[in-house]
Design a protein around this ligand. Structure first.
Ligand code: IPM
Ligand code: MN
Length: 329
């Protein structure tokens, strides 16, 4: 079956790694009808366009969105991040940000990052900006519904895993309002899943365990900002950020989900042919899974095993392609 895919290569290394992901998926047998959307910092610099509402409406007609990376140093921070990526996450209600990790010893775990609320929501502002009495606030928005749907997704995911183990990560000892809401919600939903073994870690302790004892984790659920930081750390301990893939999901399928590597646009190496395309390829595999093409997704993932984790993009791409053809012959 052919799937309609909106492709946003974006900035920096985004287009290079996205092109490899599309080639690999096609070679693995995926039937994707792609449409390119010229969006990102480069486009903003051309004509001021970030993500207009009518473009967002157009995106809704696709089965999924594949994104490379957005953001460029020539554009002030926040313009593209908030105006494009966060706008897509919020408006398309992509409330689960799923980020899987595979350690060198084979241990696999996954982080569910809440993706539409928390400090990312944009609550806050300035008072007396630019004066010596300046005040800036940046609130954290936590709704019962927003926390519950991610926590519930976590329990469902844990039910399908070997250990049926779910860890809540937060900072309940200091964030006594939002942490309390998350913890109470977690405990209430847990009652419905008696088979799932649960744990709780403060986020600072979780940072230590991610490095020193990651095998304690199978499924982790956490808020937006903790999840942002923790998943960069996850990438670092699981072979580097060049391998870290992610899915921004609307599990209810009311809108297309968006798939992107965890890494950014890496302007320092853009255009040099040195980007590791593996994270983008693995994000493509997550997209294929979500589209129901599980066999093709497994082929793509298997082809990424044992490829070099640095070096020229074309060498890594060729290694993935060669693994693919040897697996199908
Ligand atoms: C990520 C990125 C984004 C985030 C940025 C680019 C807005 O770091 O996907 O983790 O903070 O969510
Ligand atoms: Mn991040």
């Amino acid at each position: 079956m052919s799937h309609k895919i909106a492709v946003i290569g974006g900035d920096g290394i985004g287009p290079e790694v996205t092109a490899v992901a599309l080639d690999v998926m096609a070679a693995a047998g995926a039937d994707l009808a792609t449409t390119e959307f010229r969006l990102g910092g480069f486009r903003y610099l051309e004509d001021g366009v970030v993500l207009p509402d009518d473009t967002l409406e157009e995106l809704r007609a696709y089965d999924a969105i594949l994104l490379g990376a957005v953001g460029t140093p020539e554009v002030p921070p926040g313009v593209i991040e908030r105006g494009l990526l966060l706008k897509a996450r919020f408006e398309l209600d992509l409330y689960v940000n799923l980020r899987p990790f595979v350690l060198k010893d084979g241990h696999e775990f996954v982080v569910i990052r809440e993706n539409t609320e928390g400090t990312y929501a944009g609550e806050g502002g300035f008072l007396r900006k630019g004066t010596k009495d300046e005040i800036a606030t940046q609130g954290s928005v936590n709704t019962r519904k927003g926390a519950e749907r991610c926590i519930r997704y976590g329990f469902e995911l844990a039910m399908g895993r070997e250990r049926k183990h779910l860890t809540l990560v937060h900072k309940t000892n200091v964030l006594t309002f939002s942490g309390d809401l998350w913890e109470r919600t977690f405990e209430e939903v847990a009652v419905e899943y008696p088979e799932v073994e649960t744990a709780y870690n403060h986020v600072d302790a979780a940072c230590i365990y991610f490095v020193e004892d990651p095998t304690r984790y199978e499924v982790v659920v956490t808020d937006n900002l903790f999840g942002d930081i923790l998943t960069d750390l996850g990438g670092a301990v699981a072979g580097g950020i060049g391998l870290a893939s992610s899915a921004n999901l609307n599990p209810d399928r009311n809108s297309p989900s968006l798939f992107e590597p965890v890494h950014g646009s890496a302007p320092d190496i853009a255009g040099k042919g040195l980007a590791n395309p593996t994270a983008a390829v693995l994000s493509g595999a997550m997209m294929l899974d979500f589209l129901g093409e599980n066999e093709t997704a497994n082929r793509v993932r298997a082809a990424c095993n044992g490829v070099p984790d640095s070096g020229p993009t074309t060498d890594i791409a060729a290694a993935i392609m060669s693994n693919l053809s040897s697996s199908s012959s």
